[in-house]
Design a protein around this ligand. Structure first.
Ligand code: ADP
Ligand code: MG
Length: 698
């Protein structure tokens, strides 16, 4: 038995350890500086660094690292040892306040979208004291932000911290206008539910596509897939159980609230949900969770796939981002309470989210846009590309009543003709048809479900915090001018619900009718990453970021460029991997099998002209035709890959070319291969099949 409370956060230099290990004055000074956001004095920094080092050495550390989240990749670290030479030839273990606060990893190879090239080659990291330091692999890891020498943001954490400040400021401001002066701080809280696949390492090693790109680029459907739903919440297999137990233990040591683990719908797919926490810590924890999943899976002879769509035709992996706002008084601002129709404060925040999602649909969409997620979205239980909001029947009835009910303004509350006032707390609507809603209200929080499993959750949360803060700010501007605040709030809610009701949709997001209706409503349908990323730099969005001091224009353009570049690189890598597999493995395999068929036909004929060979001839004909078409497609893909040179000057059109040309040909090549796989003898096929991969862990 493990002593969970005993090990929980044992690898984290958290508040409790600081209180014990720092003097009262240092501890108080550190807290004061965190709360006010002011810089630490060097004396305090030295004292904190020293205590951190002592603790880390006791835990067996020899090195420290500034742990940061660059624009691509999971996280980055550059390890330095604590050793420092001493006069008599000995070394001592040293760690100064300066080293704690600021690091210069240089790291000039991280993508910077041209920012650092234009200004200055060096990037540096600064300590984020709001997220505690921790020990991992005998190294003290210090969560940091990463920026250029001129202060331009190069990472995902800095803008996230900025957006948290904005939502805090604007939520408190409007709450004070409503008379809630007891509230002095509002935090965005997030619980990300993480999906992943576990497959056997030996099978994985036989697939170049999985090794190089994280997803299968070829592969015919397996006869058994997820049709029986027998994996969902089913008994967890022993190997997986052992993996989950170790993962939980390691996560708990890092102070991560791993709570539920269960099987998902697809075979070999699983989910881990932590208990929610403040968003920047949730983001750090999610990065660590993904890292540990990968490492621990290997120790158990398995590989953890975090790709959004490792297997075609099988559910992909997402990451549901449960988001809410919580006050220093312990109140959840998105909790409707027993009588939501009378809960003006709740309705005001609800309205702000509705307006924000409608006005910034494009930002939400592009915040989850990656080459991998493009394959996942729009099918197999993943949300469609059109962003809409699901409120559930109860809440939607209230919104409709507010919009329609004349009594609302005059009497100061909603008169419900729908019977909704008699309802208990808002029920959590778990109806099947809406598993696919991209942005769903689930009782006391919003669940943004469009995130792919590999995504760093910072980006969507930067968008959410910023756009909701911006709307709250405009609401406060309006309310500050009002004489009768209650009447003004009701007017504002009604006006905005009316204006933005088009974003609310409770039906099936996959149908053609919805696509047509969404278009008629003027909602966006951004079907690919390049199409979505184009919206990053519209005037409306640039203004939003500037106005809220999240990014300046250079930073937005840099981000857009990095993401497009990343997209292009992924498609190129996938195309090259496909060509390699097609030419070196698949073509020779089918050629050999057809050769064998031809020989069989000849041998049979040699025995007697009367022996039937029409079945072999039919198959030989079919496969030979397919192989000829396959060979032509290989040439076509080759020229598509080469043809991209013409687009090197314009990154947007280059990305569009990859999407509309290269990717299309890749799909066509795959279709032919998958058909050949279905009629080629297993012993000839060069790779483990979908069935073998998906049912590889027993
Ligand atoms: P589900 O039925 O979707 O599993 P849960 O209540 O278990 O619903 O919550 C799913 C996730 O939402 C968990 O990670 C949980 O911690 C998180 N969550 C719950 N309340 C909040 C909140 N107020 N803010 C952010 N996340 C929350
Ligand atoms: Mg969920």
């Amino acid at each position: 038995m493990i002593d969970v409370p005993g090990i929980f956060a044992s690898n984290v230099f958290n508040d409790e350890k600081m209180r014990v290990r720092l003097t009262q004055e240092t501890y108080a000074a550190l807290h004061a500086s965190i709360e006010s956001g002011t810089t630490l004095s060097i004396e305090v920094a030295n004292a904190v660094a020293d205590a951190m080092k002592e603790w880390a050495i006791e835990k067996g550390c020899t090195h420290y690292t500034h742990w940061f989240q660059p624009m691509t990749g999971i996280t980055a670290e550059k390890h330095d040892s604590f050793i420092s030479p001493h006069a008599d030839g000995h070394v001592i273990m040293e760690f100064s306040g300066k080293e704690l606060i600021k690091g210069e990893p240089d790291a000039s190879s991280f993508p910077s979208g041209g920012i650092r090239a234009t200004f200055e080659a060096r990037g540096y990291t600064t300590w984020d004291p709001t997220s505690p330091a921790f020990v991992k692999d005998n190294t003290l890891c210090i969560p940091t932000a990463f920026m250029s020498y001129t202060g331009d943001v190069l990472d995902k954490k800095t803008p996230l911290l900025r957006s948290m400040d904005r939502i805090n400021h604007e939520a408190v401001r409007i709450l004070h206008l409503l008379g809630r002066t007891d509230i002095t701080r509002v935090d965005a809280t997030v619980g990300p539910e993480q999906e992943y696949f576990l497959i056997d390492k030996e099978m994985y090693d036989l697939r170049k596509d999985l090794k190089y790109t994280g997803r299968t680029l070829f592969g015919a459907r397996s006869p058994k897939g997820q049709q029986l739903d027998d994996h969902y919440f089913g008994a967890i297999k022993q190997r997986v159980k052992a993996f989950m137990a170790e993962l939980d233990e390691e996560l708990w040591k890092l102070g991560i609230y791993a709570k539920t683990e269960h099987n998902e719908v697809a075979p070999a797919q699983h989910e881990l949900a932590p208990i929610f926490t403040t968003v920047n810590i949730a983001a750090d924890h999610n990065q660590l969770t993904m890292e540990l999943m990968k490492r621990i899976a290997r120790e158990h002879g398995m590989v953890c796939l975090l790709h959004e769509k490792p297997f075609k035709g099988v559910n992909g992996s997402g990451k549901h981002n449960n988001w809410s706002l919580s006050t220093n008084t312990g109140e959840n601002l998105l909790k409707p309470g027993k009588k939501p129709e009378e809960n003006t404060q709740f309705l005001l925040f609800l309205t702000a989210v509705i307006k924000a999602v409608d006005e910034y649909q494009d930002l939400l969409r592009l915040s989850v846009a990656t080459a991998g997620n493009d394959h996942r979205m729009g099918g197999d239980e993943a949300p469609p590309f059109i962003i809409s909001m699901f409120l559930g029947d109860d809440l939607e009835a209230i919104v409709e009543a507010i919009i329609n009910g004349d009594d609302y303004e005059s009497q100061g509350k909603v008169i419900m003709n729908t019977g909704a006032e008699a309802l208990p707390e808002i029920r959590k609507d778990t109806t099947d048809r809406n598993r696919t809603s991209p942005f769903a209200f689930t009782g006391n929080k919003f669940e943004f479900r469009a995130l792919g499993s590999a995504l760093n959750i910072s980006c969507p949360n930067i968008m959410l915090n910023t756009m909701v803060a911006d709307v709250l700010s405009s609401f406060s501007d309006e309310l500050e001018k009002a004489n009768d605040i209650d009447a003004a709030v009701r007017r504002l809610i009604r006006k905005n619900l009316k204006k933005h009701r088009r974003i609310i949709f409770n039906g099936d997001g996959y149908t053609d009718e919805w696509r047509a209706e969404a278009e008629a409503r003027g909602l966006l349908n951004l079907r690919s990453t390049p199409e979505a990323l184009k919206k990053y730099t519209t005037k409306k969005n640039l203004d939003l970021f500037e106005r809220n001091h999240i990014f300046n224009e250079t930073e937005v353009r840099a981000r857009q460029e990095i993401l497009l570049e990343n997209y292009i690189k992924i498609i190129d890598l996938e195309a090259l991997t496909m060509l390699d597999m097609a030419k070196k493995d698949i073509f020779p395999a089918v050629s050999a099998f057809t050769g064998e068929l031809a020989e069989t036909i000849q041998r049979k004929r040699a025995v007697s002209e009367d022996i039937r060979v029409d079945a072999e001839i039919k198959l030989l004909n079919k496969l030979s035709d397919l192989l000829a078409a396959f060979s032509e497609k290989i040439d076509e893909l080759d020229s598509k890959v080469g043809g991209s040179i013409a687009y090197r000057k314009n990154i947007q059109s280059h990305a569009e070319y990859c999407c509309n040309e290269t990717l299309k040909t890749m799909d066509e090549l795959r279709a032919i291969s998958d058909e050949m796989e279905m009629c080629t003898a297993s012993e000839y096929w060069p790779y483990p099949s979908y069935g073998e991969l998906l049912f590889s862990v027993q």
